[in-house]
Ligand binder design. Structure first.
Ligand code: MEV
Length: 301
């Protein structure tokens, strides 16, 4: 029996622009998914999944077992138990976390000797095959942890700042949100391209301020990034309202994270302000939780 866990992630900067080759900055967070894998030696091959988590995670687990099966034939029943703190379909990397933790637990159980690069690569293949489209960002960040600059995949240590996630409770399809930006880009190429390029510049500048721990400047750039995501049509009234409420309650800055159209926003603030920001978001009827950046990627528990 083996247990592994892997983190979810947020984008400080650059979602959507990254699809067009621009820079982005993602960060692992301390909400994790734990996966326990047990081989039932007396029974024939079959996958049994138990979960506190939405059934949407099951195809990722099944595909991860299939991938491992291509490396080493599994002939016994595999019991997989999932416990996740990451809300599903909220653009916090929940599918990447369950995929990476499952692959790592199977890797350990069957002593395959896959390294982290190989787990991240297999994880991306699983997401790609289940979803039909996926960037390698989520599985990479979930495997390695820390702050990751895209596309270089350069890693930086997690920062020490207050962070609050606001969850709209609405799910949305990443594919549809990418298509929305693509159609804007087709209709108004000069304008959309300018916005996308500016988001890339924000990511580059934002990374420097993150390295200097200048959170006032990071927050200002997150606010500008949010304005540009609104211009691209991927924010929602609720996401924008949560960002405004967080700013009014003293956040350095706030923006949606991930594909938008629902899902979550992220605010950064001084530790002293965390509870104020949670209250301000909760008043809007949305769920808010404190989170922290983490250097811990996938782990054997
Ligand atoms: C989704 O979490 C982020 C997007 O940039 C898509 C991607 O990078 O795969 C919208």
């Amino acid at each position: 029996m083996k247990i592994c866990s892997a983190p979810g992630k947020i984008y400080f900067f650059g979602e959507h622009a990254v699809v067009y080759g621009e820079n982005a900055v993602a960060c692992a967070i301390d909400l994790r998914t734990k996966v326990k894998v047990e081989v039932q030696s007396s029974e024939a091959f079959k996958i049994e999944i138990l979960s506190n988590y939405k059934a949407e995670s099951y195809p990722y687990v099944v595909k991860a077992v299939e991938k491992i099966n291509e490396i080493k034939k599994i002939s016994n029943k595999i019991k997989v138990e999932i416990k996740s703190q990451i809300p599903a379909e909220a653009h916090l990397g929940s599918s990447a976390a369950v995929t990476v933790a499952t692959l790592a637990a199977l890797n350990s159980e069957f002593k395959l000797g896959l390294n982290l690069e190989e787990i991240a690569k297999l994880g991306h293949e699983v997401e790609y095959e289940v979803q039909g489209a996926a960037s390698p960002t989520d599985t990479y960040v979930s495997t390695f942890g820390g702050i990751v600059a895209i596309p270089e995949r350069k890693r930086f240590s997690a920062i020490d700042v207050g962070m609050v996630i606001g969850d709209s409770g609405k799910s949305s399809s990443t594919k549809e949100m990418i298509a929305r930006v693509r159609s804007l880009n087709l209709e108004y190429p000069e304008i959309a391209k300018g916005i996308i390029k500016t988001i890339g510049s924000i990511s580059k500048a934002g990374l420097q301020y993150l390295e200097k721990a200048d959170f006032q400047a990071v927050g200002r750039l997150m606010d500008i990034n949010q304005g540009l995501l609104e211009a691209l049509g991927v924010s929602t009234e609720q996401l924008s309202a949560m960002c405004n409420a967080a700013r009014k309650a003293g956040a350095y800055g706030a923006k949606l994270t991930g594909a938008g159209g629902g899902g979550c926003m992220i605010a950064i603030c001084s530790r002293a302000r965390v509870q104020d920001i949670i209250s301000a978001i909760s008043i809007l009827g949305c769920k808010a939780v404190e989170t922290r950046a983490t250097n811990e990627g996938v782990l054997i528990e």
